[in-house]
Ligand binder design. Structure first.
Ligand SMILES: NC(=O)c1ccc[n+]([C@@H]2O[C@H](COP(=O)([O-])OP(=O)(O)OC[C@H]3O[C@@H](n4cnc5c(N)ncnc54)[C@H](O)[C@@H]3O)[C@@H](O)[C@H]2O)c1
Length: 362
């Protein structure tokens, strides 16, 4: 049970632009959470009209943006189109004085993001981005392990998501539409890590994979070094048929593993006594090792993962409060954060293309 206070504010009148998979997800969630009234849907695909009709929501076609914007009382739009058209709708909405909740990745490059932020600033409108994985229980659990000092000072983190279904859908395979896994999943994992560690990034090394022979990356591995000494590896695979841990966290005094997208499957192992007087060498493969042998149980403590209490609705709550109070500056998703993530994405592409470690300071 999550102990968070139920939202008791006024509902925000919002329209959804692009109502496919994710737009449909928001439609259900926004309607059920009690914070929004979805009063319009726009999509270039006429088949989406049936989705709107089913809920009695007015539908607008590709050339009817002005009509959508003219809906009485409209306060905000949610953009859930393919990635390359986020910018166009975000700027148009800001110019109409509307708040924007944009899907991730916010857009495809830092220069475009700057234009979107400028439009919102000029028109004093809210611009937020659906970086929903900041509230994933596995991520919050990883943070709690570190913040509660459960394994001592953390020097290395592996953040990994794997699947075995390739790149889904059509536009996700098209480079000009912002396809590929760096933009699709990478942006979430990078956003999490950059929020978690705000010290400057001193180097970026990235390798992309093209197993499915598409024009975009179907996986990648980015190694990030922070000025505080922490190394983080972010990996996405779409051709991996076994389960691997979502997180492995290496501390000076222990190791934690979080296996899936929750706070239940995993463990934290901390060292009680560094010296293991009973440590014995063992046969390992075609050899002998003491270095890699299991240590005596009495020298370690095994704990459950810390529990997380969160309903995942803080982003919606914050968005609504900022719209209703007309306080865009109180958005918990900031332009600075978004820019830092896009910079990391740009450096990752550059590193993969040049096959080089890029020295950075941002
Ligand atoms: N935050 C998350 O967890 C999450 C998860 C999935 C997708 N997304 C993001 O949501 C967005 C949409 O992804 P999806 O999986 O729903 O894609 P999708 O293909 O299922 O849906 C996209 C919809 O946009 C419509 N569309 C295309 N071009 C348009 C245009 N120019 N104007 C208006 N409508 C247009 C399509 O007809 C379709 O209905 C992407 O930015 C994606 O990265 C976010």
């Amino acid at each position: 049970m999550c102990r968070k206070k139920k939202y008791d504010g006024e509902r925000v009148k919002i329209a959804i632009v692009g109502c496919g998979g994710m737009g449909g997800y928001h439609l259900g969630r926004m309607s059920s959470c009690g914070m929004f009234d979805v009063i319009g849907i726009l999509d270039i695909d006429p088949a989406v009209k049936a989705k709107a009709d089913k809920r009695g929501i007015p539908f607008f076609g590709a050339d009817e943006l002005d009509k959508l914007f003219a809906l009485p009382g409209l306060q905000a739009i949610l953009i859930a189109t393919p990635n390359d058209v986020h910018k166009k709708y975000a700027i148009a909405a800001a110019e109409h004085g509307l708040a924007v909740l944009c899907e991730k990745p916010v857009t495809l490059c830092c220069a475009d993001l700057q234009e979107m932020l400028d439009a919102a600033e000029k028109n004093h409108t809210l611009f937020s981005v659906h970086q929903n994985r900041r509230w994933d229980h596995d991520y919050l659990c990883m943070k709690k392990i570190v913040e509660n000092n459960m394994i001592g000072s953390v020097y290395k983190i592996e953040s990994k998501v794997v699947g075995c279904n390739g790149i889904p859908g059509s536009w996700r395979k098209v480079k000009s539409q912002g396809g590929g896994m760096i933009f699709d999943w990478g942006v979430h994992l990078m956003d999490q890590i950059l929020l978690f560690n705000q010290s400057p990034i001193t180097s970026v090394k990235c390798k992309t994979s093209y197993v499915y022979q598409e024009e975009v990356d179907d996986g990648f591995e980015t190694e990030i070094t922070f000025a505080d000494g922490m190394d983080v590896t972010i990996t996405i695979e779409t051709n991996c048929f076994v389960k691997v841990p979502r997180w492995v966290i290496y501390g000076m005094n222990g190791t934690a593993v979080i296996n899936t997208f929750n706070d239940k499957d995993g463990k934290v192992i901390s060292v009680i006594s560094r010296e293991d007087k009973k440590l014995k060498g063992v046969q390992a493969g075609n050899g002998f090792t003491k270095t890699m042998a299991d240590r005596s149980k009495s020298t370690m403590k095994v704990s459950r993962l810390p529990k997380i209490n969160d309903d995942g609705l803080d982003l919606y709550r914050n968005f609504c409060r900022c719209v209703l109070d007309k306080t865009p500056e109180k958005s918990i998703i900031t332009g600075k954060q978004l820019m830092r993530v896009l910079k990391l994405i740009e450096y990752s592409f550059e590193s993969a293309e040049k096959n080089e470690v890029i020295k950075t300071n941002f």
